[in-house]
Design a protein around this ligand. Structure first.
Ligand code: BYC
Length: 329
């Protein structure tokens, strides 16, 4: 097999990593070359990518639940059709991402087991309930807005299959963000009860959205290495600041108030300041103690159980078909 990059004298890409290989790999990264599935890569780079891409895929799939919950209750046919399309897009994003992770040598079954056993994480944001229709607006505006901020730099990730998947994902996310902001605009300009509903959704979704970018840089165990490998291009805090700077004026436009009394424009640094965040609460949610963690995993487990007969039937059909083809040759 042709392996681009430096392989060791034995020609075995799985043999122990040498300083020369590691240096050559970093040179390729620094030269902005894309790393492809068959290229030599350090085991730790592969492991980091499998962790991040699979967790990203899980987030997309689990992320279908809070919005899927509102498909039957959307207030009009137009809203129903666009929400249905959005939720379907998220499912598609999960599939591109699982496929990108598979190029690194992990199977879909393994990833699924890791999700269901709790060994793999998914985004903290999807462990909150969607209580009103305004939550669907807030998710599109804030959660997809945060996702775009995080994912645009991932289009330049050093790993080719992940970077390419992100290009399409980001195009679709920008529709999602506009769909959410449009719902919020309609509610904010509607009757007082509708405006109150929009404000309530902003109150509940603001802090979890700001936290979606991950722990502060001082507690981000992976950032330095992931930035050296150009998997991540910006730190968690840098992206969080970009999101706040872009989103506060959007709230102002809607005459809604961000639920943070310390959130103010700071002329000296040309950014919005925000108040302290309760990272203890973030870690509680990440570790399974959020309001909806149990329900989210239970719904995935049920889907997995309900789909078992389909997977078995598809496998039996494929086995039978290849036996028939072999017999016919
Ligand atoms: N939630 O060292 P750090 C979407 C974990 S889908 C849970 O900074 P890293 C959408 C982190 O995994 C949104 N866990 O990590 C879908 C690590 O634990 P492990 C998902 C979090 O990887 C449907 C530990 O904390 N987007 O947008 O350098 C509808 C230390 O963190 C979170 C992606 O996955 C969190 N929020 O940076 C609408 C994007 N944050 O793994 C929208 C791709 C951190 O060591 N991923 N942790 O056990 C990334 O960009 C990075 O992985 C992160 C974290 C910025 C999330």
């Amino acid at each position: 097999m042709y392996v681009r990059g430096l392989i060791n004298a034995s020609g075995d890409p799985n043999a122990a990593e040498t300083p020369e290989q590691l240096a050559h790999f970093q040179d390729r990264i620094d030269a902005e070359e894309k790393i492809e599935a068959r290229d030599w890569m350090p085991a730790a780079y592969r492991k980091t990518l499998i962790r991040q891409i699979s967790q990203h895929a899980h987030s997309e799939i689990i992320g279908m639940q809070p919005e899927g919950n509102w498909v039957t209750r959307a207030p009009s046919l137009r809203r129903k059709a666009s929400l249905l399309a959005k939720v379907q897009d998220e499912g598609g994003h999960g599939l591109y991402l699982y496929a990108a992770a598979e190029t690194l040598g992990i199977s879909r079954e393994e990833m699924q087991d890791q999700l269901l056993s709790g060994a793999a994480k998914y985004s903290s944001i999807f462990n909150y309930p969607t209580l009103t229709w305004a939550d669907i607006g807030a998710i599109g505006w804030l959660v997809d807005g945060a996702a775009i901020m995080n994912q645009i730099p991932l289009c330049r990730c050093s790993y080719g299959p992940y970077a390419r998947a992100m290009v399409r994902v980001c195009k679709e996310e920008s529709f999602h963000q506009r769909q959410g902001y449009e719902i919020m605009t309609t509610l904010a300009q509607g009757a007082p009860a509708q405006k109150a509903m929009a404000q309530d959704a902003l109150n509940r979704w603001w802090t979890p959205s700001v936290m979606m970018f991950g722990p502060p840089d001082s507690d981000s165990i992976h950032s330095v290495q992931s930035m050296t490998w150009k998997i991540k291009r910006f730190t968690n805090d840098a992206l969080r600041q970009r999101f706040v700077d872009a989103t506060v004026p959007q709230a102002d436009y809607l005459s809604l108030t961000v639920p943070d009394p310390d959130c103010k424009w700071n002329d000296a640094v040309q950014h919005y300041d925000i108040g302290p965040l309760d990272w203890g609460d973030f870690w509680k949610v990440v570790k399974g103690g959020g309001p909806m963690n149990r329900q989210r995993i239970a719904a995935r487990q049920k889907a997995d159980d309900d789909g078992a007969w389909v997977r078995e039937a598809a496998l039996a059909y494929a086995t039978k078909r290849s036996a028939l083809m072999e017999a016919a040759e």
